[in-house]
Structure formats: structure tokens, C-alpha cells
Design a protein around this ligand. Structure first.
Ligand code: BTN
Length: 267
């Protein structure tokens, strides 16, 4: 099978560049933006050998997983572009949900997709997918790359948040099928996001699918840890944590741990 765009994505003018294998689809997208590519275009592979994750972690996709990056160039501030990660989470969650109906008959876990701040997609309590946003100025605009890595056939071991794959939860679909649905999901939620003007609606939809709302949470940023209750996300996409002392703390970045892992401060 080969990668193809979904019908909505194709009708909205998205293009597609595929690779049998590549180091990093995010790196490729940024390199092309430096050489005048203006998108919107997807870079997709089912084998990524030098992928990049959040907080400078590696993200290797063994053959059969999905590594996909969308490049869009737009006249927005980096802080606005950062909120596209929430649209990407919604796009993937919607794609997974649309494909999971049949699989749900075999695996009760298949429908339990949740969005974890800032940019993960969970299946049950396990990380199924991660999203990395990168951006560079090009002229007066910003080249924004949203990289989405999904564990289709295999998940890494020993990660800070335990990981899983679609195969492990009984969802027997391939990377090509998932990508077509993801590209349509992106076209839908990127449209709602609308250069950031629609973030209020994206935020509302994201909160409906959020993991851990109202629960104990610990966020680790570098050496520091903040503990409290996950209240909401604000209009900029910051995680809002209420500490035991009643202080409201907006969080801009970090690794999030819920429940007992939050109080222990471990994964
Ligand atoms: C995370 O650490 O959770 C984010 C992982 C993002 C991985 C994706 S795979 C496609 C794209 N290319 C990369 O090099 N990284 C992103």
C-alpha cells in the first residue's frame, strides 16, 4: 500500500511527499522551507531513523509506524503557532476514533483515546502518539512544522510515560490507512483553528477529550516540579494548575504525571 491524502485534505489543496525511510520528517520539512517550500504539504514515512521528540528526546519510528509532518507557512506569532499542537491532537484523536469502531468490538481499550497536555495522545493510560512543533521565520511569515508520530506496530520501552501501539491495543490498521484519516482530521481542525482565531473552539473541543482534568498532577520542568490539580488550559494553551495552597500556576512546558505518579513524582 502507498500513502495517499484523504479526500478532504486533497480537496483543500494539501500536497504529499512520501519516503520509504528518512531521518526525520520534521527536519526534512524545515529544510525544504529554507529552500522556498511554502506548503501546505505533508512529509510522511513509515520508517524514521533519526526522529526528534519533545525536550530533545529521540523519536525513532521502526518500519510500520507512522511519522508525519505538515508544513504550513503563515503570518502568525510563534506563541499563536504553538496552539496548533492542540488542533493536531484533535486531528489524530478524531482519525483514531473513526477507525476504531470495528476494532472496539475486539478490544475494549480501543476507544479510550485521550489528549494529554501539551501534545500527547493516550490509549488508556499509555502514550500512543507524540506531537512536536517546530517553527522558523521565513521572510515576514513563520514556517510551522507539526510533526506527529504514532506507534502503529511498535512502541518504545523505558519511556517517561509508558507507551503502547495500535497493534498492542488490538487495532489492526496500517500506517497508510491511519495517515489518510489523519490528513482529513488535520484539514478539519486546521480549518477551525484559522490562524489562531478559532482557538477558543479548539480549546473547548480539546478539553472535552483531555486526560486528567480535575486530577492530581505533577509537572517536571528541568529540575523543578510543580504539584497540584489540573484545572484547565487557558486561552494561550498553558496548563493551569491549582496548588494545595490555592495558588493558580500557568505552566508553559514540562512533563506531566497524573494520579499516584504525580504524588510520587515518578512515572
Ligand atoms: C514527543 O516527544 O512526544 C513528540 C514526538 C514527535 C515525533 C514526530 S514523528 C514525525 C516528526 N518527525 C520528527 O522527527 N519528529 C516528529
Amino acid at each position: 500500500m502507498t500513502f495517499t491524502l484523504g479526500s478532504l485534505a486533497a480537496s483543500r489543496g494539501y500536497r504529499l511527499v512520501t519516503f520509504d525511510a528518512i531521518g526525520s520528517t520534521n527536519a526534512e520539512a524545515l529544510a525544504r522551507a529554507r529552500h522556498s517550500e511554502r506548503g501546505p504539504v505533508w512529509f510522511v514515512t513509515s520508517e524514521q531513523t533519526a526522529g526528534r521528540g519533545r525536550r530533545h528526546r529521540p523519536w525513532i519510528a521502526p518500519r510500520g509506524n507512522l511519522a508525519s509532518s505538515i508544513l504550513e507557512v503563515m503570518p502568525v506569532a510563534p506563541s499563536v503557532a504553538a496552539t496548533l499542537g492542540f488542533a493536531a491532537g484533535l486531528a489524530l484523536e478524531t482519525a483514531l476514533r473513526s477507525l476504531s469502531v470495528e476494532a472496539a468490538l475486539r478490544s475494549p481499550e480501543a476507544l479510550q483515546f485521550r489528549l494529554k497536555w501539551p501534545n500527547d495522545v493516550l490509549a488508556g493510560r499509555h502514550k500512543l502518539a507524540g506531537i512536536l512543533l517546530e517553527a522558523e521565520a521565513v521572510g515576514d511569515s513563520l514556517a510551522v512544522v507539526v510533526g506527529i508520530g504514532t506507534n502503529v506496530v511498535a512502541a518504545p520501552e523505558g519511556t517517561p510515560t509508558p507507551a503502547t501501539s495500535l497493534r498492542a491495543i488490538g487495532m489492526d490498521i496500517d500506517a497508510e490507512t491511519l495517515f489518510a484519516a489523519l490528513s482529513d482530521g488535520w484539514a478539519e481542525f486546521r480549518g477551525i483553528w484559522d490562524q489562531g482565531r478559532g482557538f477558543a473552539e479548539i480549546r473547548r473541543l480539546w478539553l472535552e477529550r483531555a486526560a486528567g482534568l480535575g486530577q492530581a498532577v505533577a509537572i517536571k520542568t528541568g529540575g523543578a516540579a510543580i504539584e497540584g490539580t489540573f484545572d484547565t488550559i487557558d486561552e494561550q494553551g498553558c496548563m493551569i494548575v491549582r496548588t494545595a495552597a490555592g495558588k493558580i500556576v500557568p505552566i508553559t512546558a514540562g512533563d506531566v504525571y497524573f494520579g499516584s505518579a504525580a504524588s510520587l513524582g515518578t512515572s
